[in-house]
Design a protein around this ligand. Structure first.
Ligand code: LLP
Length: 452
């Protein structure tokens, strides 16, 4: 695990909360040295709710969604901002999406179930998955979801027969692999030809799927979908996608008379987990994509389809922080200092899985310089259970509350009960008030599925 390697020469960066503002929720501030988000003291929240705890800045999420909507406001044929629920989902989040006039991408029957339980309009749901089960497809059709993004020929046939059985006509997209490799971790690249997702362009699978979808009863082909990966900084691959896909759409129109209403570009815009990270802004993303769509459609004389984008991380990640209480501090002279907290790989698997990097602060002393280098580890029974290797941090002592930034996406949603660890609560904060949107799991929850 090279990415977990410790650098014995690393020096503390002596930064304070103010320096880390670009990585923090919009409403994060320091009052008398202590961190507040949404007008709520993180230390008090940790004392009241217990740790580990996820805290999400509701205002930050809303602002990001609004930025997407307004940045694309003059997209040639309208915009659908489809939040990717896999980043983080709860009923409260679905309510917020409805209030912000956004759509929702679900990647499983479970996510669809949560959306429906929230009363989210099924017509505004886009259903994803590379291997949806017959049950998931039936549930989607029965719910009347807006779009099913079909990933394989088997799925297309199955969806068609189920829709016919239910007397429905299901609007669909086809997921296309454009053969474009984005510069990101290989686990989250999805646009290359060697990918389990979607229909390849180069091998003719995409064309075959389009033609088959047009023949089949029970499905109505509304458009094409592409998602090239996640945590992408450069906008060039998106430009390239629009070039390639406009070419394919023109080919389909010329040879087969197929014209699409929508084009779904997927998600993937990256965020800064560290101060050296330089992702593109939502505004630049929107400008580049809208221009590329307009230009490439014009070049082929295509009517511009409605554009959909599916951001997850860039909406939710920076909105969230994770709070932990420091347990033991082990100073291994000449080796390193281990700071163990009351969570770990069960609530944030990203460091271990992708070599992800996070920044942290001691919540009660956030305006003091981070003058120690420590490795923040969890409470799980393996050495790989690391949250941050060589973190700069205000020298922590047992009982301190450590606040890890950038944890609003793909942390709670990827959390597990490893070592029978109950999953932490999620609290939304706004205007000085905190509301629990997912309560902490209890020991009884751990027995909920245990059958004697
Ligand atoms: N649309 C589709 C079809 C996707 O598969 C994804 C993410 C998104 C949209 C949203 O992508 P975003 O804007 O969040 O990058 N667990 C990984 C990320 C996996 C992303 C999976 N698909 C991580 O923690 O980095």
């Amino acid at each position: 695990m090279a990415h977990l390697a410790h650098d014995p020469h690393k020096r503390p960066d002596r930064l304070t909360a103010a320096d880390l503002a670009p990585l923090a929720p919009l409403t994060m501030e320091v009052r008398d040295g202590a961190l507040f988000v949404g007008g709520v003291s993180l230390v008090e929240l940790a004392q009241r709710e217990g740790t580990a705890l996820y805290v999400m800045d509701e205002e930050h999420i809303r602002v990001q969604l609004r930025r997407y909507r307004s940045a694309f406001a003059d997209a040639p044929s309208g915009i659908g901002v489809v939040y990717a629920g896999k980043a983080f989902i709860a009923r409260a989040l679905c309510d917020l999406l409805a209030e912000e006039d956004c759509l929702l991408d679900v990647s499983s029957g479970g996510e669809l179930f949560v959306a429906l339980a929230a009363g989210f309009d099924p017509g505004r749901v886009v259903v994803h998955g590379n291997n949806k089960t017959p049950r998931e497809l039936a549930e989607a059709i029965e719910a009347g979801v807006g779009r099913v993004v079909v990933d394989s020929l088997e799925e297309l046939e199955l969806l068609s027969s189920l829709a016919v059985k239910f007397g429905a006509v299901q609007p669909v997209f086809l997921r296309i692999k454009p053969g474009i490799v984005a510069d990101t971790h290989e686990y989250v690249q999805t646009g290359a030809e060697d990918s389990k997702f979607g229909f390849g362009l180069a091998d003719g699978a995409a064309l075959e799927a389009v033609l088959r979808a047009r023949e089949l009863a029970g499905v109505q082909l509304k458009g094409l979908h592409v998602h090239i990966g996640s945590q992408i900084f450069s906008l060039d691959p998106y430009r390239r996608v629009l070039e390639v896909m406009a070419g394919f759409m023109a080919e389909l129109r010329d040879a087969h008379g197929v014209v699409f209403e929508d084009f779904d570009l997927g998600g993937g815009l990256g965020i800064a987990y560290g101060l050296d990270d330089a992702p593109s802004s939502i505004e630049d993303f929107a400008r580049v994509v809208s221009e590329a769509l307009r230009e490439n459609c014009a070049a082929h004389g295509l009517a511009v389809p409605r554009l959909l984008v599916e951001p997850g991380r860039s909406v939710a990640a920076v909105a969230g922080v994770a709070l932990y209480t420091v347990g033991c501090v082990k100073v291994l002279e000449g080796v390193r200092t281990y700071v163990a907290v009351d969570g770990g790989m069960s609530d944030n698997i990203r460091t271990v899985l992708y070599g992800a990097h996070y920044e942290a602060l001691v919540a009660s002393r956030a305006d003091e310089p981070r003058d120690a280098i420590v490795t923040i580890v969890g409470k799980h029974c393996e050495s790989g259970d690391v949250l941050i290797v060589d973190a700069s941090l205000q020298a922590p002592t047992p009982g301190d509350i450590v606040c890890v930034l950038g944890t609003g996406a793909y942390c709670r949603s990827m959390a597990s009960n490893y070592n029978m660890q109950p999953r932490p609560a999620v609290v939304f904060v706004r205007d000085g008030t905190a509301r629990t949107v997912l309560r902490r799991e209890t020991y009884s929850d751990l027995l909920a599925c245990d059958v004697l």
